[in-house]
Design a protein around this ligand. Structure first.
Ligand code: AMP
Ligand code: GLY
Length: 459
């Protein structure tokens, strides 16, 4: 009897494929495993953490054709995509062409993340609050622009603070972004003209981000607390998740280079219902409407990265998938069956589903390899994961790990995501940090101030 006829005995159960190999996908596998409707989980390519909840399949997340072949051969009922690269490559379009169910945006809708120029133009047209900007494909024109900004000869940007004597001041930073995907590294906040020149040279001349930097967006620096909104969408209807906060810089106090994200908390104690309503009506609803009107409705998870400015939340970027490590915190507080949510999105029935959350706080502390986000060593033995997971309310998700000679060793920059939940944020953080202390690998680095800013922020 093959898998399909087996499942015919119980129409309710489903086989799911998760695409990706990080702690985000480990968290998705952990949550889906709890669904009574999920019979079997495959993860492509997965990691030693995902192997606890399903079967890892040796297919790269970016091998779109091989993923679709696998889904066809193995009667996958629903595929869910973690990272942005397969979405930007059109994995959803390929699956749909073969009538395979998949959760995530089409290649056209995924441009909201894969092209900063696309997303900035969409925001401008739809009137979504964001930083003022200009785009450039010509290095000399971009250079001229930053020179005039730092000389203060033209009022380049609308400011949150009025410019002194109507002129730009040389203290106002400027943000230079490679337009395409650059693993979260294509953004430079430039305090001086020299820094801006170096950033333009890196992106447009040296092409350190490859073709991603052929076009750059230069934008106004927004001041305020950075945080993440997330919304499930079925193309027409959406449901906001609670807000969360990532910590992107490698060192305490938001110092050092940007990373893919190394610590999250959710929900945020300082976010009010009024903030949520503003995010829904001024950011998420008009973005989804604009995409729908363009003929590319967005199905999946829309993740606006936001800054809470003095005049309200403004978008610094859109992502077309779950944030990592936001997802790890979210999965710990999500009450509703994740499969029901994914299916409601794909079937256009999100308006029929009530999504519930536990009334707890969650956090995720990422343990990184020494040297990340630059060069780092791999293959270092990791100890203490089991001991850490014996602590109440702690779960350790794997990101960059692998098994070598029967032991778990490091295999990436972000190695593990240590999560905890509690009735209040401070206790959740204390529990996670107690678990972190039990884990060891050579050079292990983590931030000791995850959540600290939000804990000290009053509405
Ligand atoms: P992005 O890849 O666009 O999210 O940018 C990476 C990081 O740069 C963000 O997480 C912010 O911390 C910062 N950033 C990006 N754009 C701006 C901006 N316009 N103003 C202030 N900070 C920014
Ligand atoms: N939280 C950062 C990211 O997922 O891009």
């Amino acid at each position: 009897m093959n898998g399909r006829s087996n499942r015919a005995i119980n129409q309710m159960t489903k086989t799911v494929l998760i695409v990706g190999s990080g702690s985000r996908e480990n968290a998705l596998a952990w949550k889906l495993k709890q669904s009574p409707k999920v019979e079997k989980i495959f993860i492509a390519p997965g990691n030693p953490g995902t192997a606890k909840f399903g079967k890892n399949v040796d297919i790269a997340a970016t091998d779109v054709l091989a993923l679709a072949d696998f889904a066809q051969k193995n009667n996958i009922d629903l595929t869910t995509v973690g990272p942005e690269d397969p979405l930007a490559l059109g994995v959803v379009d390929e699956f749909q062409k073969r009538s395979l169910k998949i959760w995530g945006p089409s290649k056209a809708a995924a441009q909201i993340e894969s092209s900063k120029v696309f997303s900035k133009e969409l925001m401008k047209q739809a009137g979504i609050p964001t930083a003022e900007y200009q785009t450039f494909t010509d290095y000399n024109k971009a250079l001229e622009y930053v020179e005039s900004h730092f000389k203060g000869s033209v009022p380049i940007h609308r400011r949150s603070q009025p410019p002194i004597n109507g002129h730009a001041t040389d203290t106002q930073p400027i943000v230079i972004k490679a337009s395409g995907l650059a693993l979260g590294k294509g953004v430079t906040i430039c305090q001086t003209l020299d820094e801006a020149k170096a950033a333009l040279n890196d992106a447009m001349v040296k092409k350190i981000f490859g073709e991603s930097g052929s076009e750059v967006v230069i934008e106004e620096f927004l001041e305020g607390m950075e945080f993440s909104a997330h919304a499930f969408s079925d193309g027409k209807n959406f449901r906001l998740l609670p807000c969360s906060q990532d910590h992107k810089r490698i060192f305490e106090g938001d110092q050092g280079p940007n990373t893919g994200g190394i610590g999250t908390i959710a929900p945020l104690p300082w976010i009010t219902q009024a903030h949520m309503d503003t995010i829904a009506t001024t950011i998420v609803a008009p973005t989804l409407k604009a995409l729908q009107e363009q003929g590319s409705p967005f199905v999946g998870l829309l993740y606006p990265g936001l800054i809470m400015t003095k005049t309200g939340p403004k978008v610094i970027e859109f992502n077309c998938r779950f944030g990592g490590p936001e997802c790890e915190s979210y999965m710990r507080i999500l009450k509703t069956d994740l499969l029901d949510i994914l299916e409601a999105c794909v079937e256009g029935k999100l308006n029929e589903l009530k999504i519930e959350w536990h009334e707890t706080y969650a956090c995720c502390i990422i343990l990184c390899s020494k040297g990340y986000p630059d060069n780092y060593e791999k293959g270092l033995p990791i100890s203490g994961i089991e001991e850490a997971e014996k602590l109440d309310d702690v779960i350790v998700f794997h990101a960059g790990t692998m098994i070598q000679d029967s032991i778990i060793v490091t295999n990436g920059g972000r190695v593990l995501g240590v999560t905890a939940v509690a009735d209040d944020l401070k206790t959740a953080l204390d529990k996670a940090y107690a678990a972190v202390k039990l884990i060891h690998f050579d050079g292990m680095h983590y931030r000791t101030d995850i959540g600290a800013k939000s804990l000290s922020t009053k509405d």
